[in-house]
Design a binder for this molecule. Sequence first.
Ligand SMILES: *Cc1c(COP(=O)(O)O)cnc(C)c1O
Length: 475
Amino acid sequence: MRSARESTSGEKRLSKTDQLRKLPSVDEVLRLDLFAVSQRHSRQQLTDWVRQGVQVCRSRIINGESLDEANVIAQIIEFVRQQQAADAGQAIQHVINATGVILHTNLGRAPLAPLAIDRMIQAARYANVELDLASGRRSRRGQRVMKLLAQLTGAEDAVVVNNCAAATMLVLQSIASAREVIVSRGQLVEIGGGFRLPDVFRAAGVILREVGTTNRTYLSDYEAAVGDDTGAIIRVHHSNFRQTGFVTEPTIDELVAAQRPSEIPIIDDLGSGCMEDLSVYGLSEPTVTHSVRAGADLILFSGDKLFGGPQCGIVIGHARWIDRIRQSPMMRAMRVDKMTLAALEATTEIHLRGDAISELPVLRMLSADAETIRRRCEQLIERIGGPSGAEIVACDSQVGGGSVPGRLIKSFGLKFANSDAETLAVSLRSGLPAVQGRVTADSLLLDLRTVHDHELEPLATRLRDALAGGQDASA
Ligand SMILES: *Cc1c(COP(=O)(O)O)cnc(C)c1O
């Protein structure tokens, strides 16, 4: 820095104009070399923050604060440090899910099985995604995954795209373009995130042919609508809402049986992708195999809902339709990356082995009995050690992710009634690993159904720190 400037420090207060005039330039601050260019933050990013820091100081001076040169530099440095810390906290990172919502969309839906995570890491390097290692020749992308999916579901063939929304679009566009697709008015739903079925139809270039009413649609409604222009019939599972009362709609079995002679393809948009009979756990979700046996031509579901795998949209069904879909130019635009394929392959293997309930986190969490969760609560209290003010309370978990709406699963959690709920929640979210709980009325609740056993130790550590911090602040 210029020596002229140094000589001013320590002298009597400067006028506002002088203070403003003496504000350092961005380059001057950067030249101080106080900010290590971290791996996370580029020079460009630091420059932006320094510029903002200088602006902040300028505003303070204008508002009458008196800042000498040393103060200005210190404040800019502090400002940049705060930005660095806040930004690092925003990076995608591990979060302990103590909300009790199993498929938490904001937390990335299904957590993967260890085997799927291992395979994903392997695939992150060079991997034989389109290479047959035996012959050294090029192979079809993810060929083995498609074969396993067909084996698992009993369908003839499969294709995989980015998510079920993409699958819906791709299927409609490739098999019914410019033709009518029949759908019940009771199923014209919004999937979420503003993704509405009528808009999807429009975007896919098919003509929406609504039949029936919101609460009642009969087989005869479909039959009356079928004609020369019919390209397909789609059934959409009510996955994110429940209709009760005076309601009826044909089952997939009835729809298939009624349309069999006409050869009009029946599409079953299942969404949740349930492979197991979950009725023993009090959940009634339609299974994928049921739709295959019923004879639906194409069945669509998400990879990251009850299937328990990575985000993707799985399409299974008759080979002639799957072939048609595979040849669509949209397919190339919607195909999944190698890491998704690797994780999906591992998840499918686990289903095939019959180990889904014990090995897939989603199903393990869903099937755990309340007593197991209560014991987990006791273990957590033990690990926290000292007095925490935590109390074990009964609570309800949810499947979430737009699956099995309104179904509550009996669970247990820790309630921290002594601490300020919001302060504790903020403190738990802002550390590593981050912890997301549930703030109810005036207390924080941690539902341990969605916390894995291996997360208990880090969770106990985070709680000890957060509770101690809370006490310090109030002291
Ligand atoms: C969830 C769901 C979708 C959307 O699936 P994404 O994988 O989230 O795109 C589509 N249809 C139904 C019936 C669903 O339940």
